[in-house]
Design a binder for this molecule. Sequence first.
Ligand SMILES: *Cc1c(COP(=O)(O)O)cnc(C)c1O
Length: 396
Amino acid sequence: MTDSNDRARPKTASSLDKLPPYLFARIDAKRDALRDAGIDVISLGIGDPDMPTPDHIIDAMAQAIRQPANHRYPDYAGSPAYRQACCDWMLQRFGVKLDASSECLALIGSKEGIAHIHMAFLDPGDYVLAPSVGYPVYSGGAVLTHAHTYFMPMNATGGWLADFSTVPAAVLDKTRLMFLGYPNNPTGAVASTDYLDAAIDFCQRHGILLVHDNAYSEICFDGYVAPSVLERPGAKDVAVEMFSLSKSYNMTGWRIGFAVGNARAIRALGTVKNNLDSGQFTAIQDAAIAALLGPQDAVGAMCKLYQRRRDLIIQALEQIGIRCQSPKATVYVWAQVPDGFSSESFATKLLEEAHVIVTPGSGYGPDGEGYIRISLTTPDDQLLEAVRRIGTLAQR
Ligand SMILES: *Cc1c(COP(=O)(O)O)cnc(C)c1O
């Protein structure tokens, strides 16, 4: 290929062309136009906590950054102290016993582990099972490894639990990974232990690694307590679980998480990482130890805050005739759009008439059409103003 100067240019990988287009681009362009016109647009679209990281975690970081030992290359698998803290947390929180050296790996955010596990298990042409509404990295990672994605159907009637019972045999023959994530982004759905048991059994029968994305395990409401898939019998034979400190401890920018579970899978993921990155800054791991093993009251306070915001949003939606399930967990409200609208046309109406951004559900996959996702990570004053604006739509 040549450019206008007739110089040869290296061609980019064909897999990059196969990544889905950025579905929120049209809404983003409208938002920018409104903002350029001086209009105050409130975003309920971002899944990124608005509250700061708790002080005791920042204090631990301040100390850790002054330790010269932390300035050297980290251990790619995570420091022994961090991995032990992750396992101690898993034991305290879920009663799950793990060996820190063989069943736990530090991650540079759980997204990193989710993306790299594809490289550890997939050959070109293999299949990944991904929820038909879900975190885009599950299928994006497949595209980048020249594998295929089979989208497991989901709907409101089925409680947004991905249905793996209908995967065709020809696909199953080539399936190596199944991704699930409950509490769920974007639907806010939670999974029963029966469902997790069925998923474990299915993966055992078909030789599939179950990758459970548990980024929202700590953001629960109304007394609900989210499980770890590793609590379930037989899980360690077929499952790894990806945990993130991002949402639980307001640490999205710090890039820290961990993978736990099946030792073979942990070793394989470690091999990929060993060849690609050199692990996370040890000082950040030290701060993460303070998060996992220090006082947990900030987590409880955050859940209360999100629960209050959730109730405000649900009330505002009811005022404009939208009824939706009150989520038991996550920072999202998932709402069906009124008759006559698509995800995108309703999101556009909210943007143009109320100057409020929500995310069209269709951006998360085919079964997300007809829904919008509203995020609870907006500061209270802006959230209240957004709720007021949405309410006034009813009077028009
Ligand atoms: C936020 C999020 C992640 C990524 O978390 P990081 O640890 O910040 O990479 C993974 N999965 C889901 C579903 C998320 O919403």
